[in-house]
Design a protein around this ligand. Structure first.
Ligand code: SF4
Ligand code: SF4
Length: 216
């Protein structure tokens, strides 16, 4: 009867290295390691990252403080308190009656499901592709309105300021406003000092309270 424990000449020769076959083969494959964070790979275009509160082309905010996003959130991660726009006091932050006075998103709770942006009736709230949201303390992961607001683009004026002259709220949503007008710029120049107090009471009201009031 043949002895099965005896191999041929070549099998005996390569036996010591046979166990390294996978290792050797892997050495010649393309390296899959990503040099993060030095090299950041782009996400898919519809990746759900950090939220953003958008603005109209003249700089007024799109958020109307309706709280629908907060109600839609399954993780209870959003806190919104609406406020009344007040033209007489120079405190208009959005077209229409109301604006988002306080707005916070708690990224310790958020599961990036996107239900909030689906619920938003004005497309004020969208999600960016930004995913670097780690931190080493709880407070810094509660983002305030100031942090979430979209950066100013060319042609915008920071709120508060009046709506474009002759335009109604619906005109903003019908895309009839393309940029801030000279009249709005003039108003901002004239009210710069006055609105700095107002901004403290309005926009920054969102900010002051933002930093002190946590999401549940
Ligand atoms: S993405 Fe989902 S969990 Fe995060 S705030 Fe929006 S609704 Fe809440
Ligand atoms: S972000 Fe949208 S849904 Fe949330 S309060 Fe503002 S307008 Fe309403």
């Amino acid at each position: 009867m043949a002895d099965d424990s005896q191999g041929g000449f070549f099998s005996d020769l390569f036996a010591p290295v046979a166990g390294f076959g996978v290792t050797f083969a892997t050495m010649f494959r393309k390296v899959a390691t990503q040099e993060y964070p030095e090299v950041k790979w782009p996400t898919q275009p519809r990746f759900h990252g950090r939220h953003q509160l958008n603005r109209h082309p003249d700089g007024l905010e799109k958020c109307i403080g309706c709280e629908l996003c907060a109600w839609a959130c399954p993780a209870d991660a959003i806190l919104v308190q609406g406020g009344d726009n007040d033209d007489e006091r120079g405190l208009r932050f959005s077209p229409g009656e109301r604006y988002g006075h306080i707005y916070q998103i708690n990224y310790l709770r958020c599961i990036f499901c996107g239900l909030c942006i689906e619920a938003c009736p004005t497309r004020a709230l969208t999600m960016t592709n930004e995913y670097e949201l780690a931190d080493n303390n709880r407070a810094d992961l509660i983002f305030t309105k100031e942090q979430l607001l979209a950066p100013m683009q060319e042609g915008m004026l920071p709120a508060p300021h009046p709506m474009v002259e002759g335009m109604q709220e619906r005109d903003y949503y019908q895309g009839k406003v393309a940029a801030a007008t000279d009249a709005q710029r003039e108003w901002v120049d004239q009210h710069a000092a006055a609105t700095s107090d107002g901004a403290s009471a309005g926009s920054a009201a969102g900010t002051t309270a933002d930093t002190t009031e946590e999401v549940r």
